[in-house]
Design a protein around this ligand. Sequence first.
Ligand code: 5AD
Length: 376
Amino acid sequence: MSLPNALTREEIIRWLHEKNEEKLHQLWQWADEIRTSVVGDEVHLRGLIEISNHCSRRCSYCGINAGNTSLVRYRMEKQEIMDCVDMAQKFGYGTVVIQGGEDYGIKKEWMDDIIRDIKSRTDLAVTLSLGERPIDDLEMWRAAGANRYLLRFETSDRTLYEKIHPSMKSTIFDRVEMLRTLRNIGYEIGGGIMVGIPGQTYVSVYNDLCTFQEMDLDMIGVGPYLPHPHTPLGTEGEEIRKQTPDQIANTELMTCKVVALTRILCPEANIPSTTALGTIDRQLGRVHGLQRGANVLMPNITPLHYRKLYEIYPEKAGNDSTPAETDQLLKELIAGLGRRRGKGPGGRLHTPHRSEEDSRGLPGIHKRMRGRTLIT
Ligand code: 5AD
């Protein structure tokens, strides 16, 4: 491939602005080649269980935020969760993702017991995505056997972040800092962003990509921002968008560019083709994600009657499909791309020369990137 093996700030911003289809085809190919050669053709499947839509936070973009009083709230029973876990195993998924709002009705001991049960009964990896919990909770759940933690930082632009994610306490809670703590506790860590948040600029997304690379994230989720009518941003967003010079679009195309650049900059990461991407373009979103850098899918195995209530954005793709239907659909999608379903938990890959270079003591970002694709 004739494309250069490094990306400067100007090049990244140019790619984000690129409209020429032939050029974009080169970007897709570049990302796909790196995906093939570094993480291979396996598509890892993570069964997603949305265990609670209670949330104590007031994120202005999210449909389950505490201020949305029109929503019926639910919290799954342990047995319901274990039934989903059994289903994930039956379908041959390697991981269950236990996700919920930041719900302090979820007691740490209750979660600890569930994680222990899953780990004693199955070989599944357990990924948690339960918001900004206290360190005691995170340590307890790690000790119980949880393997990974997802916490998107949404945007690395501090001012924008504070606008869309009001702090609960007097201190500003830093998700990037929390991800570092999670790594120190021993979790594989997943971050990510929404693309096209009202007020988000090209430079801001460039900085997000740098943050992915600097943090050497194990998992990186990137999806388009989708307005929800029962949220502050859902009503005010259009006006903010108009007033923001250099506003980045919340389109399928822009999200794909960010996915592709993420793969190029973070070759080893597990990158999902997200449900939000599949929602903004029901026909092609998820396929494009997999063809342009992604190697993970997250089939939703939450009981159907809860799905509509876990409405972080409207009309989520696949909301009406049973787990068996989704499984069949994804099987066909993966085979249609000439790829294969991942076997086992599908954790973060560490290429051998990573540790070689580590032992040579290369500093910071160079150490992590092995000189392959540096932002310079
Ligand atoms: N549009 C797109 N993604 C959203 N999320 C929450 N609300 C929205 C929305 N309106 C994403 C956030 C969060 C993840 C669980 O879902 O990135 O971290």
